[in-house]
Ligand binder design. Structure first.
Ligand code: BGC
Length: 435
């Protein structure tokens, strides 16, 4: 294993999402979803890692870990628990958290929709509702007017592709539809429009209060797809998957271009609606031809029969080369700065995480030396958290959370990452100690 030197311009940190760590909120759709027994082992989102009450302690840990940047999300239901009613408590909470982060020398990137929203929004059909974009705009306006003085970086929507897939095709997220392709595309369209409007709105508000250094983008789950065989039908399936999971969203969210089947043309004009592209990368997916010839989409699976050291606790293949491939392809096409907004591994025993970090950072060094403008790396995740419908089993944290006592403990890989954040390199000594 070689020493690594990371260019100074790439800032290193961690990412989280409100529902997965905060706890305490009964107005979000995920609380209601968990009350219906939809999370593994009947688990609830009500406590999570109790970050809402422990954010000061957690920021101290982030500081101890030398993080330079932190991606967090604001829970819409804490700001607007009832339609049109704003919670001063929620607003003050996030203002305080953000101010404390900045005081600790950690630059925040704020996500405005990370899979969860208020229950009232869920009850009106969420992103399939024709007014959803207006509701979201109103929320974004409120947030940016209250934190706009401190936060210059925003991520509008997290993984619109995973969100619509898990919500409308795979029944995992509320309201849990299966194979509901109509809602998939309806929601996809509104999420694209929500991003475009939020992009303009955030810039407008920040400009009005005197800032011109605003960066707005979205975080996309970029899966690295490969065909199981060279059969033309499998290749066609891959192209269709690539389009409906990636291309469709990029056309819309980057270029403002609605393409079939979500629409046609440029509803708010041709342009570039991203200042960076957020890449969430986890694994490689193999496209198998469908057994049902009417289903052109084929089936997406992980590579079969992999040895244990090649997979994580959820059985996903560890495939750092895929990060290089998806980022290079995206950068070559759009030439926009890249933020790696998520990359991580569920690894309860913490035996694979340090190598995972090393391998992915090595790919980032290669990307940068090949001319790709990668500016951020946010490891997923800071803390163990609620892995949505999979519950608390998967352990993604650099910091371990004991769910009985809520005590935090920086894992060995967390110490390794802290050293990388401080030194911006991986030395021989670190390789010997941690890998
Ligand atoms: C999501 C996270 C999630 C992570 C690991 C991403 O799809 O944005 O919320 O915990 O992957 O599955």
């Amino acid at each position: 294993m070689k020493e690594l030197i990371l260019p100074k311009k790439i800032l290193l940190g961690c990412a989280t999402a409100a529902t997965q760590i905060e706890g305490g909120d009964k107005n979000s759709n995920w609380y209601h979803w968990s009350q219906k027994g939809k999370i593994a082992n009947n688990e609830s989102s009500i406590v999570a890692a109790d970050h809402y009450n422990r954010y000061v302690e957690d920021i101290n840990l982030m500081k101890e870990m030398n993080l330079e940047v932190y991606r967090m999300s604001i829970e819409w239901s804490r700001i607007e628990p009832k339609e049109g009613t704003w919670s001063q408590e929620g607003i003050l909470h996030y203002q305080d958290e953000i101010k404390k982060l900045i005081k600790a020398g950690i630059k925040p990137l704020v996500t405005l929709h990370h899979f969860s929203h208020p229950q009232w929004f869920e009850e009106i059909g969420a992103w399939t509702n024709r007014d959803s974009v207006n509701y979201f705009k109103r929320f974004v306006k409120k947030v940016v007017e209250t934190i706009g003085d401190y936060v210059s970086e925003y991520c509008t929507i997290n993984e619109p592709n995973v969100f619509v897939t898990d919500t409308y095709m795979d029944g995992k997220y509320p309201p849990g539809h299966n194979d509901d392709i109509v809602s998939y595309f309806k929601a996809a369209k509104n999420l694209i429009l929500a991003h475009l409007h939020a992009y303009q709105l955030i810039h407008k508000i920040r400009k009005k209060i005197g800032y011109d250094n605003t960066m707005v983008g979205f975080a996309h789950h970029l899966a690295y797809f490969e065909c199981k065989n060279s059969n033309p039908l499998t290749k066609l399936s891959k192209r269709l998957m690539d389009y409906s999971f990636h291309g469709l969203f990029f056309n819309g969210m980057v270029n403002g271009h609605l393409t079939f089947p979500v629409g046609f043309g440029y509803p708010i004009g041709k342009g570039i609606y991203c200042d960076f592209i957020g890449v969430n990368y986890y694994s490689r997916h193999i496209i198998h031809p469908s057994k049902n010839p009417a289903m052109l989409f084929g089936e997406v699976k992980v590579e079969e029969d992999l040895p244990d050291f090649r997979v994580n606790d959820l059985g996903w293949e560890l495939y750092p080369q895929g990060l290089y491939q998806v980022v290079k392809k995206t950068y070559d096409k759009y030439k926009l700065p890249i933020f790696i907004t998520e990359n991580g591994i569920p690894d309860a025993k913490d035996i694979k995480r340090s190598k995972f970090i090393y391998d992915h950072l090595a790919k980032i060094c290669k990307l940068i030396s090949d001319g790709v403008d990668v500016r951020r790396y946010y490891h997923w995740s800071l803390l163990d958290n609620l892995e949505w419908n999979d519950g608390y089993g998967p352990r993604f944290g650099l910091i371990e959370v004991d769910y009985d006592t809520l005590e935090r403990n920086i894992r060995k890989s967390g110490v390794f990452y802290s050293k990388i954040c401080k030194e911006k390199r991986v030395t021989k000594n670190m390789i010997e100690t941690y890998l």
